[in-house]
Ligand binder design. Structure first.
Ligand code: ZN
Length: 292
């Protein structure tokens, strides 16, 4: 395995109410020697006041960014009002995302509005640099994706891959790249992640295969299955150049899951360096808005 293989560990659903679990996660990372992680921040978790209004939280987040952790925008409310469409789509919305697929069916204008407001709260209000966006449960509509490209987001993360949205330059600077991005095939989300491994970091789609280890803890049977699945899936993907581990606050409510997270990271670190999503971008890529 090449020394350049990367492990991206991310903490999802960070907001003032989950800061304690994130601190616990970061303590575990320090213990394991993981100095760089990506923290996915929700601007207004389930409609709560904007997270930057909690000045203590904003200062804490800024300190994490200064330490070298990356801040990634994650949804706006992290709640979907309703899921429309056929039975499969409704089932996806209800069961797969537990009603939190905010960007699953969003149209472009609404996505743009929420993304702008999210940036105002997290990037400007908390004063931290932002490069990318992750939709809840990695479910992103075409309109949502167009809004991300338009606003200059550099990447989005999906189930099984990371998508570079700007090809190293802003779309207004490179209309050809923007057209390529618009025309690139859409990944689909399903229960068979192997189907999603198509794509290349050098191809026109600008996608980087990046399998992800994640736990599902909503029911006892899910927690048991998750532990086994993560072990098997991680073993099957041990040669992937980029491997990801996605941790959620609720994982720390179950000692067996917390232990499984720790073990998976220890195993995954063998032969890999810990990285952030921004490390996948061309060298020197500035954050959105050019601020630091
Ligand atoms: Zn989330």
């Amino acid at each position: 395995m090449s020394a350049a293989c990367q492990l991206i560990v991310s903490f999802h659903d960070l907001h003032p109410g989950s800061r304690a679990q994130c601190a616990r996660f970061l303590a575990m990372m320090r213990e394991l020697g993981v100095a760089r992680t990506t923290l996915l921040v929700v601007p207004r978790w389930h409609g709560a006041p904007p997270c930057d209004e909690d000045r203590e939280f904003a200062a804490w987040l800024r300190d994490r960014a200064v330490e070298g952790h990356e801040i990634c925008l994650h949804a706006y409310l992290h709640r979907a009002e309703a899921v429309n469409g056929n039975a499969l789509q409704r089932a996806m919305g209800k069961h797969y995302t537990a009603g939190e697929g905010e960007f699953y069916q969003i149209d472009e204008p609404e996505a743009e509005r929420r993304l702008r407001e999210g940036l105002r709260i997290v990037r400007d209000g908390c004063d931290v640099p932002v490069w990318g966006f992750t939709a809840p449960a990695w479910l992103l509509s075409d309109g949502g994706r167009r809004a991300l490209v338009k606003l200059g987001f550099h990447y989005t993360t999906l189930w099984g891959q990371v998508e570079l949205l700007q090809g190293g330059s802003k779309p207004e600077d490179d209309p050809e790249a923007a057209a390529r991005i618009q025309a690139s095939p859409r990944p689909t989300v399903g229960r068979h992640p192997d189907r999603l491994q198509a794509g290349s970091c050098t191809g026109p789609t600008r996608t980087i295969p990046a399998p992800v280890l994640v736990w599902s803890v909503r029911a006892a049977w899910r927690r048991v299955c998750s532990r086994g699945w993560v072990r098997l899936w991680g073993a099957g993907k041990r040669r992937a150049p980029v491997l990801r581990v996605a941790v959620h606050p609720v994982d720390f409510s179950y000692p067996s899951i917390e232990a499984s997270v720790r073990a998976a990271i220890v195993r995954s670190l063998r032969g890999r360096v810990a990285a952030c999503y921004r490390d996948l971008l061309p060298d020197g890529t500035a954050p959105l808005g050019g601020g630091a």
